[in-house]
Design a protein around this ligand. Structure first.
Ligand SMILES: [Ca+2]
Ligand SMILES: [Ca+2]
Length: 261
């Protein structure tokens, strides 16, 4: 019985020890918690603080960026409106200038045609088909020959291929032809250096009426004739009779002779 009692006495004692241990352990944990919690709280507060600062900084940076971009946009918008207004004003000026230019061109062409008609009226058919006009005699051929043969025919008649020295002379000749004709202009001696049969250069005569649209003339086109285009004609085969064209001298065309009288 004593052993049983001893045993029974022991058990309660041992249980009390366990309980005490548990109590101690809880108290220690609580103390640790009490000691640790403020430390982690502080860390968390610092982290949160930094996060807030960064977040606010980011928001400020975004706001600043937005405002800068907005200011740039408004500045560009003002510039765009200003340039649009300037362009509109220039368009109006350009339209007005174009209209003025077209009016002037129309008046110029009307006056030129009238003068040309007047000049033509003052020119008379002379003997052997020659037309006398302002101190010169002109002959418009009925045959087609190459440039050299054309010139030979003119020379054989005491003349030469025509030399055009003024707008009114150009207009008079144009009023008399329906197809392309050789004239006395060539760059046979030096490519690109155009001279009349009387050795006058274009600078000396002061006028030239080359075709001024694409393909601009003279273009010394070599496809038809590898030696190029070294003789000039009034008009071309496509119906452009208002201008000069360089062509292969071997081409056969009608021609215009000229001599003084
Ligand atoms: Ca040429
Ligand atoms: Ca040509």
């Amino acid at each position: 019985m004593d052993s049983v009692n001893e045993s029974n006495d022991y058990m309660p004692a041992s249980g009390a020890k366990c309980s005490q241990y548990k109590v101690n352990s809880i108290q220690m944990q609580e103390r640790e918690t009490e000691v640790i919690s403020p430390k982690w709280n502080k860390v968390l507060q610092i982290v949160l603080g930094f996060s807030l600062v960064f977040a606010l900084g980011g928001l400020c940076a975004l706001w600043t960026l937005y405002n800068n971009k907005r200011a740039d946009f408004e500045s560009l918008n003002e510039q765009h409106i200003m340039v649009s207004k300037q362009l509109a004003a220039q368009e109006i000026n350009s339209t007005a200038l174009k209209k003025e230019f077209n009016d002037l061109t129309a008046r110029y062409n009307t006056l030129r045609e009238w003068l040309s008609f007047y000049d033509a009226q003052s020119c008379n058919l002379s003997a052997d088909g020659w037309i006398a006009c302002r101190g010169k005699l002109y002959l418009f051929s009925s045959d087609k020959l190459n440039w050299s043969s054309s010139r030979d025919v003119c020379v054989s008649k005491g003349a030469d291929l025509v030399t055009i020295t003024s707008r009114s002379e150009q207009d008079f000749l144009l009023s008399k032809i329906k197809i392309t004709h050789w004239i006395g202009l060539n760059d046979l001696d030096t490519e690109g250096h155009w001279v009349w049969v009387n050795n006058q250069t274009l600078n000396e005569t002061g006028v030239q009426f080359w075709f001024n649209e694409e393909p601009r003339q003279p273009d010394n086109w070599r496809v038809q004739d590898p030696s190029g285009e070294n003789c000039a004609s009034l008009g071309d085969h496509y119906g452009n009779f208002q201008s000069w064209f360089d062509a292969s001298c071997k081409t056969e065309k009608k021609f215009i002779c000229e001599k003084k009288y």
